[in-house]
Design a protein around this ligand. Structure first.
Ligand code: GLU
Ligand code: MG
Length: 441
């Protein structure tokens, strides 16, 4: 008898409140775009903590049924060196049995936010998620930060990763040996905002699988050791107007930021302390959001300053780049324990509030907020970000505007899950806890 060959699978995936990509699979051969084929899903899954225990209590219990509805335009199928079958995933929305978006679906949340931005402000968003990650316990000889030898120790990891991401169609841009121990970074070309969040998922899973195939343990956890360098996720964004023209740049304004982008930034800064509950959503995220970590620790708008929470990125004047086209701003207080769709969704919602209220662009700041007194910090809008997940959740619950973007049951689900996660994580923010997170993320 001959052995049967593996039947390749396609997985309908969703990335949930815990920032974990989960899903169900069927035979790839049975999937064809346009079929409207769906797979089952369970509401209480959204109350799953990263530690695999479901929050108790949670609003869902053991009842209810949902479907994973694949978005055929977000279908990825590509080979990863060392894997037996291609990685084939379709980003899916979680819907009710009648096909309407489920109240807790992060991807539907982002879609709705982007649709509102376009309808109300005439803007479409381009985005790109920049990821840092580390290899743990690989036993490599030490190598200096940013060094060529740091990259070559891992060869051909970089080339294999670039090839896989190219084949996935997510347009990898730059591979970097980073500052931290055995740390790397990879950037992607900007894409339509929904696609950018989808691509962040592809990127994470590809790095994980490629590392696993080599017997390496990679981690995107915001800290893998208390005193180590942080792994950030920097979310770059820019706008196009209804005609498709760049809409973020205005050379005549401070920092070159257009009036409408300035309002958007002001909206984000106003709600940023609450947003961190979504973008830096684990207890150890707050080990990273410290001054002098190049990660951001204040509600700070900066021009090319890596301590700022919203940083105007440099425009390269070498070669023939159009500054308006390349101009973008980066949101830095995010990490990979966050769901990319939810993180970008709350940024868009907050920015849109700023546009609705025609907020003025915040003042630009560069320097050390610690060197200022309270009055000076207040004048510059520099508020310290929450210093723990507990504080971030309290801030979120106290921010009526932010709460109002969600159905009450979604807030209950999110906060309930996060509180259970805090309980399971315990009170000690130590290396052991960083390691536990490093095993999950
Ligand atoms: N590792 C830093 C972070 O946690 C970022 C360093 C950089 O600017 O690339 O965000
Ligand atoms: Mg970096």
């Amino acid at each position: 008898m001959s052995e049967s060959v593996p039947e390749p699978l396609v997985t309908f995936v969703t990335t949930d409140y815990a920032g974990i990509t989960r899903g169900r699979s069927m035979a790839s051969a049975a999937y064809a775009p346009g079929q409207m084929k769906t797979l089952g899903w369970v509401p209480a899954n959204m109350s799953l903590t990263p530690f695999d225990l479901i929050a108790d209590p949670n609003p869902w219990g053991s009842s209810g049924d949902l479907r994973l509805l694949p978005d055929d335009t977000a279908h990825f199928r590509f080979a990863i060196e060392g894997s037996a079958t291609p990685l084939e995933i379709v980003m899916s929305d979680i819907v009710e049995l009648d096909g309407t978006p489920w109240v807790c679906c992060p991807r539907s949340f982002l879609k709705q936010a982007l649709a509102d931005l376009e309808r109300e402000a005439g803007l479409t968003m381009l985005a790109s998620f920049e990821h840092e990650f580390q290899m743990l316990d690989v036993g490599w000889p030490p190598a200096p930060a940013f060094a060529l030898q740091a990259q070559r120790r891992a060869d051909p990891f970089g080339p294999a990763l670039m090839a896989a991401l190219r084949d996935a169609g997510v347009a990898p841009e730059v591979f970097i040996p980073e500052y931290g121990k055995d740390q790397f970074e990879i950037t992607l070309t900007p894409a339509d905002a929904l696609a950018a969040a989808d691509r962040a998922v592809v990127l994470r899973e590809t790095v994980r699988e490629l590392s696993r195939n080599r017997g390496w343990h990679c981690s995107f956890a915001p800290k893998t050791a208390v005193d180590g360098v942080g792994n950030g996720v920097h979310i770059h964004f820019s706008f196009r107007d209804a005609s498709g023209a760049p809409a973020m740049h205005d050379a005549a304004r401070p920092g070159g930021v257009s009036a409408i982008a300035g309002s958007f930034v002001a909206g984000i800064l106003r709600h940023l302390p609450a947003l961190t509950a979504f973008t830096a959503p684990s207890p150890i995220s707050y080990l990273r959001l410290q001054p002098h970590h190049w990660s951001s620790s204040y509600t700070w708008f900066g021009d090319r300053d890596r301590e700022a929470s919203l940083r105007i990125c440099p425009v390269n004047r070498v070669g023939k780049t159009d500054p308006a086209k390349a101009f973008n701003i980066e949101y830095r207080p995010a990490d990979a324990t966050a769901c990319p769709h939810l993180a970008l969704g709350v940024m868009v919602r907050a920015g849109l509030e700023g546009i609705r209220q025609k907020l003025a662009a915040p003042p630009l700041f560069s320097g050390d907020p610690a060197s200022l007194d309270d009055g000076q910090r207040q004048a510059l809008g520099l508020k310290r970000l929450p210093q723990s997940l507990a504080e971030a959740l309290e801030t979120l619950l106290a921010d009526e505007t932010v709460r109002g973007w969600f159905a009450p049951v979604a807030v209950e689900t999110y906060v309930g899950m996060k509180r259970m996660e805090m309980k399971l994580a315990g009170d000690r923010l130590d290396d052991a806890l960083c390691r536990r997170y490093a095993e999950i993320y």
